[in-house]
Design a protein. Structure first.
Length: 278
């Protein structure tokens, strides 16, 4: 109930730039860096969410400050160009800071130290100091008002799997969990393709309008739908005989319709098949 309420609250306040900093290259960078530093799955998803939320707020603040000084179109274009340059110049540093902060929230894994982070940045030919690294962490914390312990889609997946087990769904728990984690990674790394397919299914049209794309943003950012879709797909792959029962349970738990669950699973499976076809 807490996660569902939190999800609804987040969707009701969704900024129009949501998802902009979850493009494949950024997510892949965070995932690979988390593997390099041997961080757990929850930490890398926490880092993705921290970076996304921080960057959106930073852009809003920068554009707001500059927009008040320059009202004309040319001035706004110049302002955005300046903002973009500033973001680009510090982006990798901010990304590393978000991974560091996410690692400090984990109770089971070693945190990423300043020495480790600096060594990595130096390997990429950046010449930041420990003081600049600390200031970057503080910039993220201050921008987010220290609200950094946010729920991740992995938390939704794991809690729903627990509820399914409690409700009597006889599923292979460990292999299903492992598969769901892999599917969640896959969904993040092929996010645009999956949601593009889902949008076209929903509107029954291969050329969605700008308005339809904008309205679909709440679907793309719905963690509960993502978790339900991942579990449904995992069960379909691993134990298809239980699929209908699981979909029925997921519908009762979350209120998400079987049709929506089916469409999401179809979009994921379609992308999996497409990515493995020679």
């Amino acid at each position: 109930i807490h996660l569902a309420t939190e999800n609804e609250q987040y969707l009701s306040e969704l900024p129009e730039q949501a998802g902009y900093f979850k493009e494949t290259r950024i997510v892949e960078f965070i995932f690979l860096l988390s593997e390099k530093w041997r961080l757990d799955q929850s930490t890398r998803y926490q880092a993705v969410e921290l970076l996304e939320r921080f960057m959106i707020k930073q852009v809003e603040q920068m554009c707001g400050n500059r927009g008040s000084a320059k009202g004309r179109d040319q001035g706004r274009r110049s302002s955005w160009s300046s903002v973009r340059d500033q973001i680009t110049n510090t982006f990798v540093l901010r990304l590393v800071s978000c991974v560091q902060l996410a690692s400090k929230l984990s109770l089971h894994y070693s945190r990423v130290t300043s020495d480790t982070a600096l060594k990595f940045l130096q390997s990429l030919k950046y010449s930041y100091t420990k003081q600049e690294l600390l200031e970057s962490e503080l910039a993220v914390l201050n921008t987010l008002h220290f609200h950094i312990n946010v729920s991740t889609p992995l938390a939704y997946v794991e809690l729903l799997l627990e509820v399914l087990g409690y409700n009597g769904c006889l599923l292979p728990a460990k292999p299903l969990h492992q598969l769901c984690v892999q599917l969640l990674d896959f969904c993040y790394l092929t996010r645009e393709t999956i949601y593009d397919t889902l949008l076209k299914i929903a509107i029954e049209n291969s050329t969605p309008s700008k308005l339809q794309i904008a309205k679909f943003l709440t679907v793309k950012e719905d963690f509960m739908l993502l978790a339900v879709g991942v579990i449904s797909t995992g069960v379909f792959i691993l134990s298809p005989g239980h699929w209908e029962q699981v979909v029925e349970h997921l519908n009762c738990i979350t209120g998400i319709t079987p049709q929506s669950i089916l469409e999401f699973s179809y979009a994921v499976v379609k992308r999996i098949v497409g990515s493995t076809t020679p």
